[in-house]
Structure formats: structure tokens, C-alpha cells
Design a protein around this ligand. Structure first.
Ligand SMILES: *[C@@H]1O[C@H](CO)[C@@H](O)[C@H](O)[C@H]1NC(C)=O
Ligand SMILES: *[C@@H]1O[C@H](CO)[C@@H](O)[C@H](O)[C@H]1NC(C)=O
Ligand SMILES: *[C@@H]1O[C@H](CO)[C@@H](O)[C@H](O)[C@H]1NC(C)=O
Length: 464
């Protein structure tokens, strides 16, 4: 059987790849440098998490927890339309709502002056799925805002749209606004963007850490209070889970990617999958990787060859940081052990091919870090910084190992790399536990369930 189905899967894998290139799957790297530390966003993790979990049903359309949104009018205001995490997540929500029969209108607040191919194709995607696309400024936008049952603003920056377009009608719309926030950066704490925040029905934020940060910073910097805030963790798309749970597809993808990288089947691959930027910590990962090779040599450990894969490069950008990474590799003569892969929307083939995911985001860490739950779906253990959303996903010692952010994390990460390279059994068990954790709380139906609770609450408040 095996041979036959491998052959079948070989025919199928371009289809699988194509599925992952499709933007609706949102299996996406955050590629825009400008967005590099915004969150790849969104599943809900409310205080009642336990209660939710016990009442979760696997959602097909008939039993979707979002069914009560049928024929409700939802206006979505996106600060931009691009292949970065924020807009793609809102598109995902738009499609979930379309799936249960909501009427959805989409507005992009900030558009480039020049016609843009990406925007054109994303707009078509929206239209194909029955989402109406209106201009951000016209009467239609204002009418829809007044008529809508819920208005969802995506990211802090979208707040500028309120005054600019609604003008004196703002106050009528605020009670039905749900503000979805995916970032943890200082410059978003700008009165211009968020002055209406205290008056909206609710804020939806991707992790407890990020919610905490917003609470502190709005109070300290702007002297305003957050509205009622719902923490919403992300869930994995059905498309991603389909590949993650198809062992034949995985094997084919693994063979293909390993062949393209020139690594053997039993070599150990540690990958970091994020847009290349200092905030994502590829430099510190490579230092730790180099240190781990030295440790192995010193201790004369008999191990398969270790390789580092950096997925998310944009060498055409020729940024100082990219050059720095290349220089480090050449200076330390580890060219045959380090592989740079261009940024890509298709992460599944890499997840199918590697042995360990490294999530090395620095500073406050990831807001959520969707790649982490995607990797866990592929039964990969995660070596992550003890910061941000990663700490809400990875169970230290069970589904992965955490190390400190910053330079002081380099040696602990190196040791963790050696640990997972040495203890095969531990590595596989951690991967399995990660998969179980994803199945338990980071699936699309969990996300729908959690978002449903938030939307219900917003509807309730809007009616008051
Ligand atoms: C928020 O403030 C509290 C109290 O000052 C502090 O304990 C907490 O660490 C702060 N959280 C963040 C994310 O800054
Ligand atoms: C990666 O990007 C660089 C620069 O844009 C390009 O020269 C190279 O061919 C790309 N590699 C692959 C495998 O597409
Ligand atoms: C993770 O666990 C290890 C031991 O397994 C411990 O040394 C380390 O301090 C823990 N890190 C965090 C952030 O809890």
C-alpha cells in the first residue's frame, strides 16, 4: 500500500502546496518588515476557557458556534489589505461569518495611491466569497456603519477611520465596535489612533501578555482605560491540520524539501520560521546553533548532523541584518549546516520536513506567534523564548523548552538544542504532547467558539 499511496501523494503534493499558497488558509508568515512584530493572530481564550473547552463541538456549518450571526450585518474596517497577519486573520473571520450566513462588508482604510496587485487579488478573493467591498470614505461606508450590528476594527491604526469618516456620527457607532488588536509596540499608543478605545463595546487581543501590556500602557501613557477586553488565542486552519495529520503527504513533503536543501533523511533540522528581522532573533539563534555544534564536538557526542534552517529570508532586500547573518555563517564556516530559505506563504512543507521549531522572538516576544501552534500540529517540539504569547502556548518541559530572550538566552538555547538532539525519545514525546495540546485548545473550532462568545457580548451591549 505504502508505495502506491506515496505515488498518489506525489501527484497530490503540488495541490497541497497550492492549498497553502492560497491566502485564505492564512498559513502565513508575517512578511512585511513593518509588521514584523505584529501578531499572527486570533483565537479566543477567555476567562471561561475551561468551560468553553468542555462545551466545544467540532464545527461544521450546521453546528457552528457562530450560527447566531446568521443574517447579521458586520462591517470590517482593516487598516490595510496585504498578506500580513492582521488583514489575513480578519479575512479568515470574514469567511467564517459568511459561512454561517452573515452579511459582511469590508473596508480598507489605507490604500496605496498606485493600483496594487496584492490588494486586487485579495479583494477578488473577498468578493468571491460574498464579502462586499466598499470604499472607506463614501456614504455607503457611513450608512453601513450606522446600520451594522457589529463593526470590527482591525488593529489600533484602524482607529483613525472613525473620526475621519464618521465625523459627528462616531458616538452612534462606538457602542457596537469590537476592536481587534494584534500588536505590542509603543508607537501604537498614540491618542490619534486609540482615543475612542475606552468607549467601544470591547477589545479582542491575541494573548494575555499583550492584553496586560495594553492595559498598562494605555493607562500610563495615555491615561485612558481599556474597554472590556477578551483574550483570543489563535486556532489552526482546517487546511493546515489536514496536511499535518496526513502522514503520507508529510513524508512526501519531507523528502522533497530535504532534497532541495541537500540534507539527508536522518539529519536533524532546527528551523526558525519568521520574517528575518532582529526582533525575531535569527542572529541569536545562529549563535546558539553554532555553540551547540561546539558543545557536541567538545563532548564528542555521536549524533546525526545538525542543520539550521532560516525560513523567511529576503535577501533581495540586502538589509544590514541579512548581511550580518550571512557573515556570521561564513566566518564560522558553517555554510554546509545553515540554510536560508526565502520568505514564503507556504510553511507546511517546512513544518513537515524539520525536527524542531525554534521560536526566538526577542523583547516582549510574540504577541501570539501562530507558527508555534502550526509547528505543534506537526508534532514538533518548540524551543522558544520565555516571552509573550509563546509562554501561553508552549508548556516548558512538556511541549518544548523555554530559554530567556536576549543574549543571555544563547547558551541555554544551545544546550536545549543539544538536549533535543541527544534525547530522541524526549523530542518525540514533546512533539506528541504539543499535538495533543493543539487538538485540545488551538483548533479553528476553538477559535470560532471563543469568538462567538465575544460577538454575543458585543451584540448584547450594542442593544442596550
Ligand atoms: C503591568 O503592570 C503591573 C503592575 O504595575 C505589572 O506587575 C506587570 O508586569 C505589567 N505588565 C506588563 C506586560 O507590562
Ligand atoms: C531567493 O531570493 C533571492 C533574491 O531575491 C533569489 O536570487 C533566489 O533565487 C531566491 N531563491 C529561491 C530558491 O527562490
Ligand atoms: C523551563 O524549565 C527548565 C527545566 O526544565 C528550567 O530550568 C527553566 O527555568 C524553565 N524556564 C521557564 C521560563 O520556566
Amino acid at each position: 500500500m505504502a508505495k502506491h499511496s506515496v505515488a498518489m501523494a506525489k501527484k497530490r503534493w503540488p495541490i497541497i502546496l497550492a492549498a497553502f499558497l492560497s491566502v485564505s488558509t492564512v498559513t502565513v508568515l508575517l512578511m512585511r518588515a513593518t509588521n514584523s512584530d505584529s501578531c499572527n493572530v486570533n483565537s479566543l481564550n477567555l476567562a471561561q476557557d475551561k468551560q468553553i473547552r468542555s462545551s466545544v463541538q467540532v464545527g461544521n456549518a450546521a453546528s457552528s458556534p457562530l450560527n447566531f450571526m446568521k443574517s447579521k450585518l458586520v462591517l470590517m474596517v482593516s487598516h490595510e489589505l496585504s498578506l500580513s497577519g492582521g488583514p489575513l486573520l480578519m479575512m479568515e473571520l470574514a469567511f467564517l461569518l459568511r459561512g454561517v450566513g452573515s452579511e459582511v462588508v469590508w473596508i480598507t482604510n489605507r490604500k496605496p495611491v498606485e493600483p496594487d496587485e496584492v490588494i486586487y487579488s485579495l479583494e477578488n478573493k473577498l468578493l468571491d466569497r460574498g464579502v462586499q467591498v466598499f470604499s472607506a470614505k463614501g456614504e455607503k461606508a457611513i450608512d453601513t456603519a450606522l446600520k451594522a450590528d457589529i463593526v470590527i476594527l482591525n488593529t489600533a491604526v484602524a482607529g483613525k477611520w472613525l473620526d475621519a469618516v464618521l465625523k459627528e456620527k462616531v458616538a452612534r457607532v462606538l457602542p457596537k465596535v469590537l476592536w481587534w488588536i494584534h500588536e505590542m509596540r509603543g508607537h501604537y499608543f498614540d491618542g490619534e489612533y486609540v482615543k475612542h478605545l475606552p468607549f467601544v463595546a470591547g477589545a479582542m487581543i491575541d494573548s494575555h501578555t499583550t492584553a496586560e501590556y495594553w492595559k498598562n500602557r494605555t493607562k500610563e501613557r495615555l491615561k485612558i482605560n481599556m474597554p472590556e477586553t477578551f483574550v483570543v488565542h489563535l486556532g489552526n486552519s482546517k487546511e493546515l491540520m489536514e496536511v499535518a495529520e496526513d502522514s503520507v503527504a508529510k513524508r512526501v513533503l519531507r523528502e522533497h524539501v530535504r532534497e532541495s536543501l541537500g540534507v539527508r533523511n536522518d539529519d536533524l533540522l532546527f528551523a526558525i520560521i519568521n520574517s528575518v528581522s532582529r526582533g525575531k532573533g535569527q542572529n541569536l539563534f545562529l549563535q546558539a546553533f553554532y555553540e551547540s555544534l561546539q558543545l557536541i564536538q567538545e563532548k564528542k557526542l555521536q549524533l546525526p548532523s545538525l542543520h539550521a534552517v532560516v525560513v523567511g529570508s529576503d535577501f533581495s532586500g540586502q538589509t544590514k541584518f541579512e548581511m550580518e547573518l550571512r557573515k556570521f555563517v561564513i566566518e564560522n564556516k558553517i555554510q554546509d549546516r545553515v540554510h536560508f530559505v526565502n520568505k514564503t506563504l507556504a510553511v507546511a512543507p517546512y513544518l513537515a520536513s524539520i525536527d524542531v521549531l525554534v521560536q526566538n522572538s526577542q523583547g516582549r516576544g510574540e504577541c501570539f506567534g501562530r507558527i508555534t501552534i502550526e509547528a505543534m500540529a506537526f508534532r514538533l517540539p518548540v524551543l522558544g523564548t520565555a516571552a509573550g504569547g509563546t509562554m501561553e502556548i508552549v508548556v516548558n518541559g512538556t511541549t518544548g523548552l523555554l530559554h530567556p530572550a536576549g543574549k543571555e538566552g544563547v547558551t541555554p538555547l544551545a544546550k536545549n538544542i543539544v538536549k533535543l538532539a541527544t534525547h530522541v525519545e524526549k523530542r518525540l514525546t514533546m512533539g506528541k504532547k504539543g499535538y495533543e495540546r493543539v487538538k485540545e485548545r488551538f483548533m479553528e473550532h476553538h477559535m470560532s467558539q471563543r469568538i462567538a462568545l465575544v460577538l454575543k457580548e458585543v451584540l448584547r451591549k450594542a442593544k442596550q
